[in-house]
Design a protein around this ligand. Structure first.
Ligand code: AMP
Length: 191
């Protein structure tokens, strides 16, 4: 059914533009964009218990531990706006997180529909990050975030590819061009 809500995962290295694209697509599809990075940053800013636990790890560019992330994502996906469809941006990021997501989906009698990978060459990613100049965008931390992505997250590309869910998009293009390709890769209505 062309207009059925979907369950979509966005995958890609930091600064690939996936956050921007995730927000655009989610709006388009009428599903919530659930970004764990946004959720964690909000928790840090609000000074919650969760925020205090993740602040240092986030600043270093390392990953928050899988058990804590499992609690965060279980709670979020249990909310009513995510019952029929959602777009995950930044989760899963490790093999155990992908397994947790499968468990959660199993409990909902649901499965993923698409995994969109937005990627770009490393130097493009680093240049973009440094151009933004946020406090966690020092080159050393930027490179660490990329290393963490390569080591822990990039194995998920193959995990989803063998399931036939992966849509690969070249992120080294204009926002509009990427957006078009994302929609086309999902066969979204209006294309
Ligand atoms: P992001 O905005 O998605 O790049 O996330 C910012 C930071 O939040 C990451 O560098 C991690 O420290 C943390 N984070 C976000 N999502 C996850 C996740 N799924 N697992 C572990 N850490 C995460």
């Amino acid at each position: 059914m062309a207009d059925a809500k979907r369950r979509i995962v966005f995958l890609g290295p930091p600064n690939s533009g996936k956050g921007t694209q995730a927000a655009v697509l989610a709006e388009d599809q009428g599903i919530p964009a659930i970004s764990t990075g946004v959720m964690l940053r909000a928790a840090v800013a609000a000074g919650t218990e969760l925020g205090k636990r993740v602040d240092d790890v986030m600043s270093s560019g390392e990953l928050v531990n899988d058990d804590l992330m499992a609690e965060v994502i279980k709670d979020r996906l249990a909310q009513s706006d995510a019952a029929e469809g959602f777009l995950l941006d930044g989760y899963p990021r490790t093999a155990p997180q992908a397994a947790t997501l499968e468990e959660i989906l199993g409990g909902m009698h649901a499965q993923l529909d698409d995994v969109v990978l937005i990627d770009a060459p490393e130097e493009v990613l680093v240049t973009r990050a440094l151009a933004r100049g946020r406090k966690d965008d020092r080159e050393e931390i930027v490179r660490n975030r990329l290393r963490v992505y390569r080591e822990l997250t990039s194995p998920l590309v193959e995990f989803y590819e063998v399931k036939g869910l992966l849509r690969r998009i070249d992120g080294d293009q204009s926002i509009e061009a990427v957006s078009q390709q994302v929609k086309a890769s999902l066969g979204a209505p209006g294309i």
